[in-house]
Design a protein. Structure first.
Ligand SMILES: O=P(O)(O)OC[C@H]1O[C@](O)(CO)[C@@H](O)[C@@H]1O
Length: 537
């Protein structure tokens, strides 16, 4: 069973299997405007989805049944919504004035970041040889990488104060290529790790330190390292100067942390004002989430639609396709946000969930996807709801580019809905010079079923404010879905086992311990050891 029983949505799903989205538009000339909602500079057009008023009504009823308004209040007021880790998930306090005790802490660190960043930009703080910093390399992984990296890429058209690079992978190729064209005298490292125990990040940080030490020839390299962590003593033990450690707190989850000091790379790249504008955009979405009625609430509507497709129409994946080159990292960012948050199979009470939870999130920027996987979206066998994200203006686009990009996006969403009939396909083959019998037999390959749903999320332009609102919108959508599914969106116990096993495997690989795993793992370790006889892991 994939659905959530007892609310009439199962029978709605059976009814709508026969419906056509395009016919909804024919029957209701107001559909586009009735299904379009706005908040915080974002315009959410849901009209090309497989829903009508009756379905939306029942989805809202489901949200009420799950006490959605109270649960939103619980999140925003700092209740311990992260039950298994027994703490709040108060990332909204990093951009709102409440809950007061968390917001006050956040302000203190934001002020420290602004002062520090201004010193770097003015050259008051310099590298070991007296050169000003020109490049920042953020070393972190998961939530300590994906958010700041995505934001820096999304705002690439804004004025840069420092160049940014991001190193996350423990594969040495990642840091090797970041260091290859960097100047040790003018490179600043941000060591971003909430726990400061993440193996990948610590290994990369050690490599960065060795690289600097080799170049500094005994000079003091302390000014080159900044750390962001919830456990400052670990960063100090690593050797980062106390006044260059920016704290975060256990009430900020890793994948919700770009608003905290984890976002210092954003401030270093573009300045403290841009970082503040990003937070302001998110705060506007937070206020909307808190105050708008459920039936007009963008995150609530998006979350409910996601449940509709996942639980009732049995969609297994959700595509995210931004028609903006600068948003090309958004799908990867949302993979962690949605799949690490809601990839769960027990309820908050520890019971097995009797329905499906998070879908697989994937995507690529438009128009690149059109020349890759859109074939499957149009003619494949799966139902795949698509979120098209479309900034209407791009200040750096040369003449002629933006109209073509926007036209492609709108054409894709319409083509998914309209499809192409067998008859149209047959006529096209006739026009191509085929005989009548050839056209008849070839037509099915060219016909497209249509009736494939998509959401169009527009904004005037990609600015720090609209980007902040966009990210907050998806954060809250994830929370809404976790409320419907009655799961905890803020823990990630599933990633721990692999981390623990990695320690044992490392020991076996370096011959420090004779540990037997399974035939496959043991064979691979033996093969590795035969190629690295002197391995010291
Ligand atoms: O910031 P840290 O503690 O280095 O963790 C990095 C990432 O690792 C995870 O714990 C899981 O891999 C993520 O949730 C987190 O964002």
């Amino acid at each position: 069973m994939t659905g959530i029983d007892g609310n009439g949505l199962e029978s709605e799903a059976i009814r709508l299997k026969e419906a056509k989205i395009s016919e909804f538009f024919l029957r209701d000339s107001e559909r586009a405007s009735r299904f379009t909602f706005q908040a915080a500079g974002l315009i959410l057009d849901l009209s090309k989805n497989m829903v009508d008023d009756s379905v939306m009504g029942k989805l809202i009823a489901l949200a009420k049944c799950r006490n959605m308004s109270q649960r939103i209040e619980a999140l925003l007021s700092g209740e311990r919504v992260n039950s298994t880790e027994r703490r709040a998930a108060a990332h909204t306090a990093l951009r709102l004035d409440q809950p007061a005790e968390y917001a006050a802490l956040a302000r203190t660190i934001q002020d420290r970041i602004s002062t520090y960043v201004a010193c770097i930009h003015s050259g008051a703080v310099r590298g070991f040889s007296g050169k000003p910093f020109t490049r920042v390399i953020n070393i972190g992984i998961g939530g300590s990488d994906l958010g700041p990296k995505m934001v820096c890429s999304a705002l690439d058209h804004c004025e840069h104060k420092l160049e940014t690079r991001f190193v996350s992978n423990v594969d040495g190729s990642d840091i090797a290529s970041a260091l290859a064209d960097s100047d040790p005298e003018s490179t600043l490292f941000v060591l971003a790790s909430k726990t400061f125990t993440t193996q990948e990040t610590l290994r990369n940080a050690q490599t960065a330190r060795l690289w600097l030490q080799a170049a500094a020839d005994g000079a003091d390299i302390a000014s080159h390292f900044v750390a962001v962590t919830a456990v400052p003593e670990r960063a100090e033990a690593f050797g980062v100067a106390a006044d260059q450690i920016f704290p975060m707190w256990d009430w900020v989850g890793g994948r919700y942390s770009l608003w905290s000091a984890i976002g210092i790379s954003i401030a270093l790249a573009f300045g403290g004002e841009v970082f503040a504008a990003l937070r302001n955009g998110a705060a506007e979405m937070d206020r909307h989430f808190a105050q708008a009625p459920l039936s007009e609430n963008l995150p609530v509507l998006m979350g409910l639609l996601g449940c509709w497709y996942r639980n009732y129409l049995k969609a297994q994946t959700q595509a995210i396709i931004p028609y903006a080159h600068n948003l090309r990292l958004l799908p990867a960012y949302l993979q962690q946000l949605e799949m690490e948050s809601n990839g769960k199979s027990v309820t908050r009470d520890g019971e097995a969930v009797p329905y499906t939870t998070a879908p697989v999130i994937w995507g690529e920027s438009g128009t690149n996807g059109q020349h890759s996987f859109h074939q499957l979206l149009h003619q494949g066998t799966d139902l795949i709801p698509v979120d098209f994200i479309l900034p209407l203006k791009n200040p750096v686009a040369p003449d002629g580019h933006q109209p073509l990009l926007v036209a492609n996006c709108l054409a894709q969403s319409r083509a998914l809905m309209m499809g192409k009939s067998l008859e149209q396909a047959r006529i096209e083959f006739l026009k191509d010079g085929c005989s009548a019998s050839e056209a008849q037999s070839l037509a099915p390959a060219r016909a497209m079923p249509g009736n494939r749903p998509s959401t169009l999320l527009m904004m005037e332009a990609l600015t720090p404010e609209t980007l902040g609102a966009l990210i907050a919108l998806y954060e809250h959508k994830v929370y809404v879905q976790s409320v419907i599914w009655d799961i905890n969106a803020f823990d990630q116990w599933g990633v721990e086992l692999g981390k623990q096993l990695c320690g044992d495997v490392l020991q076996a690989m370096s011959g420090l311990a004779e540990i037997k795993f399974d035939g496959s793992t043991d064979n691979a370790i033996a093969r590795f050891r035969s190629m690295h006889p002197k391995c010291k892991c």
